[in-house]
Write a protein that binds this ligand. Structure first.
Ligand SMILES: [Zn+2]
Length: 118
């Protein structure tokens, strides 16, 4: 199954996901530039998110806090931080992305991040 992933913040395509539900469960995401996107370990993402929150401008603080909170709550999951060519980032766990892929009808998958502090 091959689907095009759409940024959670705009309508840009951020990657192509190859999903094989029947073989060994596997999600491969290739960016729109053609390179493989690999998830980063939660502990590393946590450090990055802490630094981003420390450096965040007031307007960015809510999102930075949400990212830190999200990573903290999902440390046991594989987390993808998918970049968009317009500078957005879509932060989702692998099961969330897999669910979005399964639920989408066509070949386009609009990604939706978890609610802020939801
Ligand atoms: Zn975007």
């Amino acid at each position: 199954m091959r689907k095009f992933l759409i940024c959670a913040h705009c309508d840009a395509q951020i990657g192509v996901a190859a999903y094989r539900p029947l073989l060994s469960w596997r999600l491969d995401i290739t960016s729109h530039e053609g390179y493989q996107i690999t998830p980063v370990a939660g502990s590393v993402q946590l450090r990055i998110a802490q630094r981003q929150l420390a450096d965040a401008a007031p307007a960015e603080e809510l999102e930075a806090r949400w990212r830190l909170d999200f990573i903290n709550r999902n440390l046991q999951e594989v987390i993808y931080d998918l970049p968009c060519r317009r500078g957005h980032r879509t932060l989702m766990t692998e099961p969330q992305i897999a669910r979005a892929i399964r639920q989408s009808q066509g070949e386009w998958v609009k990604l939706v991040e978890a609610q802020y502090f939801g």
